[in-house]
Design a protein around this ligand. Sequence first.
Ligand SMILES: Cc1ncc(COP(=O)(O)O)c(C=O)c1O
Length: 331
Amino acid sequence: METISRIINDNNFVRVRGIGPRNLFLKLEAFNAAGSIKIKTALGMLDALEGSGRLAPDSVLIESSSGSLGVALSIICAERGYRFTCVVDANTSPSNIKQMKLLGADVVMITQRDQNGGYLGSRIAYIQQRLASDSRYVWLNQYANPENPLAHARTTARSILNAFDQVDYLVVGAGTTGTLMGCQQYFSQHSPHTRIIAVDSVGSVTFGYAPGPRHVPGLGTSRRPEIFNPQGLHRLEMVPEIDTIAMCRHLARSNGILAGGSTGTVLAAVYRMSEYFPAGATVVAISPDLGERYMDTIYDDDWVVDRFGRIPPALIPKEELVSPVDTSAAK
Ligand SMILES: Cc1ncc(COP(=O)(O)O)c(C=O)c1O
């Protein structure tokens, strides 16, 4: 093992109790270098770029990231001696920004929302300006780069099938949709009976629903990613962010897992859907990161009250779950 970015722990699965299905397993990605699933995306994209010969000694890598990919790229760029500019927004956790800066990255904060009320369109417009005005910039573009899903097909998806004799349902959150698309591609070839369930946050436009404000980084977009293709996905669950907060807090107390926001969203979807799973089904959900980076947000009462107007009960009773959008005919 010669560099820290090569530390990938693809074999950490834990059983989760009390959320719904008896055989519910969470794949923990926090024990990778950079503390999240995104080191695999970063390595896949950067290795391919180096292989393509498009990098010159004075190249400056640039990427838009809600935080986790930015930290992962900052590590690899520090290891390999590349200059790196990360374009983040007001939802990026202060801890992620601090880590990127300590690792030597330039961080640009976008505060202007795009026409869908998110930041992604504004972040990308900023990158396009930089690319047009300075030829040293090279954009990795995780939203359009086929190396993003490929990295997850090679690693995340393969390791899940290696760990279980049978996976009946695989539940995956959608941000750039790299993890989701990579899993869909790999499972469609190697385990076609596995049903792939996509999870997104209410307010995200990826699946064709109306844009709205979102505060939890990781899942959701305000602009459909180019790599996204809904074919082969069996079901979609759209989760309001208040349920994310409730599930994160419940999971910590009930299972000892202090999770990141996207993990809370994915498990809130499993909880909402628990009647959907047949008894005895093996359900695997992916946990992209853990909660340390969210102490000042999801786990901070003032932050939650400021954004959601209340602290939700630790586990929202099933009968109080509102059905936010009709996902029966996901577009
Ligand atoms: C914490 C976290 N969870 C989930 C995701 C979504 O993963 P993907 O981009 O592969 O859809 C991201 C992406 O940045 C993330 O940072």
